[in-house]
Unconditional design. Structure first.
Length: 168
């Protein structure tokens, strides 16, 4: 397979995977394009490569910057903005985990904390079922949160060696 075809397929696949990771397809495709590019790319080049509008490109680039996956790069003599993605996949994975934790898990835990204490409004059995369910979800979410915190603090070598031990 030639490089351009491989890049095209990678960008398309990364875009599809992105929806499973909590980001939209275009945002994931822009990230993929920047991941596999040797040099920083302008918004105009991103728009052309992915056949997307300026607004779509700008909105998704801004969101990738907010996530910490992409940064602006200044090029001498250029008025246009250029962008480059973090290439270290360990940093990328940790960044995505941190953002998903912050955007999804932590709000869920705060919500569950707000509804855990129920008084009246139903019979004892209904109240018990509700509070047990909420507490079970809170407990699971808390354990997931602790696991993610450990993983986010872990060094790459520790994680890989621990994973290998677990597999054996």
């Amino acid at each position: 397979m030639e490089l351009q075809e491989a890049k095209k397929q990678f960008i398309a696949a990364w875009g599809s995977f992105g929806s499973n990771w909590g980001i939209n397809r275009t945002m994931a495709q822009i990230h993929a394009l920047l991941l596999v590019s040797a040099d920083p790319i302008s918004a105009e080049s991103i728009m052309e490569a992915l056949n997307i509008s300026r607004g779509n490109a700008n909105m998704n680039i801004r969101e990738l910057i907010n996530w910490g996956l992409v940064e602006r790069v200044v090029q001498a003599g250029e008025r246009r903005e250029f962008f480059i993605a973090e290439k270290d996949i360990w940093v990328v994975a940790r960044t995505i985990m941190r953002e998903r934790k912050k955007r999804e898990l932590e709000p869920m835990l705060r919500f569950l904390d707000s509804v855990k204490n129920v008084e009246g409004g139903g019979n004892e059995k209904e109240i018990a079922v509700f509070t047990n369910t909420v507490e079970g979800i809170r407990k699971f979410g808390g354990q997931a949160n602790q696991s993610l915190e450990s993983l986010l603090k872990a060094e790459e070598n520790w994680f890989v060696s621990s994973l290998i031990k677990l597999i054996r």
